[in-house]
Design a binder for this molecule. Structure first.
Ligand code: P1T
Length: 410
């Protein structure tokens, strides 16, 4: 977002010109925030790499001054991604973690945050090892239990932080219910919408104040950018975030902002392809002899399938499975290693949301920074693996997991 009031007005205008009531999601994903270049007619938004912009006299410029505070390429991307979440204001960050860092800087020493207990472990590390030192207090609760959330709220609670579905256990949290509790206690609700993207879930419409994405995942979708974005429709919050983005200095690079803008154009078709493949794989694995349990919100067997159907318009591309060992009990670590090394279409790697299928082992990879006893108390056992289902041919995806499970005798 640009650090000048006149640009806010143009963002409002852009939102109105790409009104969701008038245009569908995929149309807005291709066009919102973008107009042909008035100078040369270029249809595709130019990559303006300039770090600085001319002043005609001190303090007078064409809306851009210095690219940490605002840049035309990044502004196009921010207004497009904000539009897709049904909002006016977007702030692109150097990473998802930088997005959360920027939000956390809105808080002051003595403030209290309630966060979900099952979430990307990097957030847990950021809260416990960085922001706790700044005097901010954190409590972690199972957000799917309203009574526990209610009990954790304090007079000094300023922010509720949640993911849904959660990483890695795919638990659903009722955004509307958490928003009501947060607001009744005077706290803001921020939702990490990374797993679903705005294609399948729109937290602001369900009462959230802030949405954050690790755009490293589905929004960029090609595993070649690290990025984050914060979105809000609240003008006062947007002003504070604009100040903080500039003051903290974590804005996304211009080139990466361009890649994310380009990727938004295919977000809808990619998400539907991820979902279609994940649905087929999850169904296939549900009755597989090598699998103890499958967690995918689109399966009727998911304990919160009804909430998933109510809250999301699609079920996404992430699946978590607990592997069964050859002896019929939990797969051993050795069996798990054999399975994740046997994949050919999937790649054993951290991250998710790219066009290529990835498998990861939360307890030793994405959630390693979480103490073992905390992992176990949440249910992150050694036989849990997480699948980010890509857009390859579905029969290749299913066959690959089948043959990998075969390597442990499943
Ligand atoms: O990696 P970064 O762009 O900083 O985003 C952090 C982040 C935030 N929120 C969620 C839900 C995430 O999953 C992540 C990053 N997650 C992984 C790298 C992973 O493999 O789960």
């Amino acid at each position: 977002m640009v650090n000048c009031a006149s640009f806010n007005i143009s963002l409002v205008e852009l939102k109105m010109s790409w009104n969701p009531d008038e245009f569908g999601f995929d149309t807005r994903a291709v066009h919102a925030g973008q107009t042909p270049d008035p100078g040369n007619g270029a249809v595709v938004t130019p990559i303006v790499l300039s770090s600085t912009f001319v002043h005609s006299e001190p303090g007078v410029h064409k809306g851009y001054d210095y690219s940490r505070c605002g840049n035309p390429t990044r502004a196009s991307y921010e207004s497009c991604v904000a539009n897709l979440e049904g909002a006016r204001f977007g702030f692109a960050n150097a990473s998802g973690t930088m997005g959360v860092t920027t939000i956390m800087h809105l808080l002051e020493s003595g403030d209290h945050v309630v966060a979900g207990d099952d979430m990307y472990a990097g957030m847990y590390r950021l809260f416990e090892q960085v922001f706790k030192k700044n005097g901010i207090c954190f409590d972690y609760v199972d957000m799917s239990d309203s009574e526990r959330l209610e009990a954790a709220m304090r007079p000094e609670t300023r922010l509720v932080w949640m993911e849904t579905p959660t990483n890695p256990l795919m638990k659903m949290v009722d955004i509307r219910a958490v928003a009501d509790i947060s607001h009744a206690h005077g706290a803001l609700l921020a939702v990490d919408n990374t797993f679903m993207s705005p294609v399948f879930q729109q937290p602001l419409a369900l009462g959230a104040d802030l949405v954050m994405h690790s755009t490293t995942k589905y929004i960029n979708g090609h595993s070649d950018v690290i990025g984050g974005v914060i979105i809000t429709d609240d003008e006062e919050l947007a002003e504070r975030l604009e100040f903080m983005a500039n003051a903290v200095g974590g804005s996304q690079s211009i080139f990466d902002s361009y890649l994310c803008l380009r990727s938004l154009k295919t977000l809808g078709i990619r998400m539907r392809a991820h979902e279609s493949n994940a649905k087929a794989l999850a169904k296939h694995l549900e009755n597989h002899s090598g699998v103890e349990r499958v967690f995918y919100p689109g399966l009727k067997s998911h304990p919160q399938h009804d909430l998933a159907q109510k809250q999301m318009s699609g079920m996404g591309g992430m699946i978590s499975i607990f592997l069964k060992g050859k002896n019929g009990g939990m797969a051993s670590m050795e069996e798990v290693i054999r399975m994740v090394q046997a994949v050919k279409v999937f790649t054993l790697a951290e991250s998710l949301g790219g066009v290529e299928s990835l498998v990861s082992h939360p307890s030793t990879m994405t959630h390693l920074s979480m103490a073992k006893d905390v992992q176990l108390s949440l249910g992150i056992t050694e036989n849990l693996i997480r699948l980010s289902v890509g857009i390859e041919n579905v029969e290749d995806i299913i066959h690959d997991i089948d043959q990998a499970l075969g390597s442990i005798g499943g």
